[in-house]
Design a protein around this ligand. Structure first.
Ligand code: SF4
Length: 475
């Protein structure tokens, strides 16, 4: 229903808290925006690792009884929107195995680009996989490791995978956090009293009252045990490639990711967009919720007043049943409703964070016009999205990305807008701050920092659950 890149996954881990599973539940609750298909928690009482995972929302899956079945001071958790692997309970995380090194549970945010290759080798050597998930590869590598202790076995296994991975793992007496050397996905480290907390975004720390300490560094393996915290840097140095889309859309605006406030960056994107692509207008209207921060920045910079000309219904659940196809645009109407008093007779700047296929935006423009807008100018607070992501984000294939097949003028025609304009790549990089070269911008440039398999077929293998029935955007 919503034409966006899909959030990947969210991970959370805590060591040394008497209510570790409860804290993890709350952490996952705060990270729900990063994945709504399944959620799971694994906890250890230092004797045994226990697990609970289900399809659905965090609040629906866990109750007092489930959480009391997960005792102990160590826990990890995961919310998932499937990237590689199908959306089934089998692929829900954490994944728990018992092997020669003992029990280990694993949660992963990202995508391992050499998973197929490693999987073929492992199957050849006798491994039997339980899921389609790329994540399981790491556990098989761990189980087969001949290293003399758990820490070495972990390092040996993660060193063999390539791509994007922010991992949290749990053994019966250890919490382990790992970030790939490029630092694609965020992973923050903090404290709650004496307990150590790791999580995808700092909004999870805010909810449980933890304080942010620093990020788990790109290329760092952090092992937390009763002996304290041990940091290992086993990877060869690699260029940084933080996912810039975290700032554009994925992360919650109240989070800090890659050391920067998402709200501040997103608002600055709007300011820069107004400087680059200003237009005579009466009102700035955000496409809620994702366009709000950028619209505020746009309004502030341009001096054009910000008004909520579209209201979002927050109570549309996953189970909403699409009525007959004859009721056109119903999917958008049930989520967004125009405010005629704001739009009627006005020249409207409609600000959104990104444009993927363009199909939803087309319906929104129609809706705004139908509410009486005299002109509709679409402004997008990131550059044209021209290439798929292979690093843990669900993106349509290249042919479905409107900006890869259409010129700006053709996009304007498709959307039936009076004008369409995007933020420049330079503008985007300027808004994220001084460390501009540390960001991945592949979906805007097509230049990938970690080599990915070529060809559509391999792409579809990498992201197995892509909707293969989707049609390219009509020209
Ligand atoms: S390709 Fe785009 S979405 Fe994927 S990691 Fe890079 S910036 Fe993020």
């Amino acid at each position: 229903m919503v034409d966006k890149f899909k959030d990947e996954c969210g991970v959370f881990g805590i060591f040394g808290h008497p209510e570790a599973a409860n804290m993890t539940y709350l952490g996952l609750y705060a990270l729900q925006h990063r994945g709504q298909e399944s959620a799971g928690i694994a906890a250890s009482d230092r004797q045994q690792v226990r697990i609970s995972r289900e399809m659905g929302y965090v609040a629906d899956i866990f109750d007092g009884e489930t959480l009391s079945g997960l005792p102990g001071p160590l826990a990890i958790g995961h919310v998932r929107y499937s990237t590689a692997g199908e959306s089934k309970l089998l692929n829900a995380q954490p994944i728990l195995i018992d092997c020669a090194h003992g029990q280990i549970a694993l949660c992963h945010n990202g995508n391992i680009v050499n998973a197929d290759e490693l999987r073929d080798e492992l199957v050849h050597q006798g491994s039997i996989f339980q899921s389609n998930s790329d994540t399981e590869v790491i556990l098989h590598l761990y189980a087969r490791s001949k290293a003399g202790n758990i820490d070495d076995a972990i390092v040996e296994s993660v060193k063999q995978v390539q791509g994007a991975f922010s991992l949290v793992m749990l053994t019966k007496d250890r919490l382990i956090a790992v970030r790939d050397p490029h630092g694609f996905r965020p992973l923050a480290l903090g404290r709650l009293g004496d307990a150590v907390v790791v999580c995808s975004e700092t909004c999870a720390m805010d909810l449980i009252g933890a304080t942010y300490d620093r990020d788990v560094e790109p290329g760092e393996v952090l092992i937390v045990s009763a002996d304290g915290m041990r940091s290992i840097k086993p990877f060869a140095p690699a260029p940084l490639a933080h996912c810039i889309f975290e700032h554009v859309y994925f992360a919650r605006p109240d989070s800090y990711v890659f050391g920067r406030s998402v709200n501040e960056v997103r608002t600055e994107l709007g300011r820069v967009l107004a400087r680059e692509q200003g237009v005579d207008a009466d009102v700035v209207v955000p496409v809620p919720d994702s366009g709000v921060c950028a619209a505020m920045g746009f309004a502030e910079e341009s001096g054009v007043p910000l008004r909520m000309g579209l209201i979002r219904n927050h109570y549309v659940g996953r189970t909403f049943i699409q009525p007959q196809a004859s009721i056109r645009h119903f999917g958008v109407k049930v989520k967004l409703n125009p405010v005629r008093s704001v739009l009627d007779g006005r020249r409207v700047v409609l600000v959104d964070d990104s444009l993927v296929r363009g199909t939803t935006s087309q319906k929104i423009v129609k809706m705004v016009r139908a509410a009486g807008a005299r002109e509709v100018h679409v402004r997008i607070s990131c550059p044209p999205t021209i290439s798929p992501c292979y690093y843990g984000v669900d993106t349509p294939r290249k042919s479905e990305l409107i900006a890869s097949t259409h010129t700006i003028e053709e996009i304007r025609e498709f959307l039936e807008a009076d004008s369409v304009a995007y933020l420049s790549l330079e503008g985007l990089l300027s808004a994220v701050g001084t460390e501009r070269s540390s960001y991945c911008t592949s979906c805007y440039t097509g230049n990938y920092p970690v080599p990915v398999p070529s060809g559509e077929a391999t792409h579809l293998q990498l992201a197995l659950k892509l909707d293969t029935t989707a049609e390219p955007v009509p020209r």
